[in-house]
Design a protein. Sequence first.
Length: 406
Amino acid sequence: MNLSYSAEYEQFREEVRAFLASHWTAEDAASSPDLDSVAAMTGAQVRTDERATAFRRAAIERGYLYRHVPRQYGGAEQPPDPLKATIIAEEFRRARAPFEIMGQGPSMLVPTLIEHGTEAQKQFFIEATLLGKIKWCQGYSEPGAGSDLASLRTKAVLDGDTWVVNGQKIWTSSAPEADWMFALVRTEPGASKHDGISYLLIDMHTPGIDVRPLRQMTGDADFSEVFFDNVRVPAQNIVGRRGQGWVVSRSTLKHERALIGNASLQRRTFDGLAMLAQAVDRRGLPASKDPVIRDRLVQLEARLVALELNGYRLLTASARGEDPGLAGMVTKLYSTQLGYDIAKLAMDVMGDRGLLAPGEPNAPAMGMFGMAYMWSLGVLIAGGAANIQRNIIAERGLGLPRDARK
């Protein structure tokens, strides 16, 4: 593995820096971003104001953002080059410039539509989603259909040129503010459970949709229950073929796991933990001087470096056009477990003060590590619970026999 960049790529880095210097000034960076609570916690910038949108359009025109999306749908349409993509991400973070919008719409739905959507769907949804003009939520999980998602019971019946949807979804993030939902519904009740599902795009302002926020232990309500009572959805809003929604959903879940497994969030969280350990006293000394804490910090950073190096291995394989195989399957599982362990050590370092909520005056690190700990429990499940991921790795990656099924 070669961790250095060639002269050609360093020249490209200088081009990106010059673009940022002329298009995103210090005044731009200092202007107030519209951050939500999760973005504030993770350090992600989610700006969709006019200034950020104008910048994104200029960056797309130069070929820096949404490189995988065809120009006819609002992307940059550049040849795949993971090294250039990595340089762009590094330099945009350094300049605090608006990057590609992270979220279910741009990161999960857009690649799915590029692969499976109709031309009309691509034209209507993709560019508006990339620029944050359309916000999405995901209608997958249901009561009794979480890890066993194919057991879902929300049904859609075709009535002329309209699907009539009845049922319930749960753990739907961003549902109150979402404009649209991409959802899995059962359209073929007589088919086997995997073959009877279709993938629908549902306007969240349609009559008959009832969104009920779910209060979490964080105090926020980032998830909701969504009820459908004779919700009428145009027939052309189906993505892919009728009854083949499970195939389409595999594309979406693939991109969701890549989004969750990124190492950059764990690096930010660990660096914050290291500073916390230096700032919090334990028996008259910084917690970082405690030999047990130091040992746990070293173990966590070793695991974090391993995750980062695996990312470089995946980057190298991608640059060579190789299939990463098993190396690409472990990232989500490894990353989410590491995130939990980092947050758990932060809670141990803070002791009783870790119970103080964000905003309380004596809360260490403004209470963000308590929030990160509670979130880490949910992220372990999101995109496929750990036991499901281990089965996938074992069966598809290592070729081990399937568990005995009743």
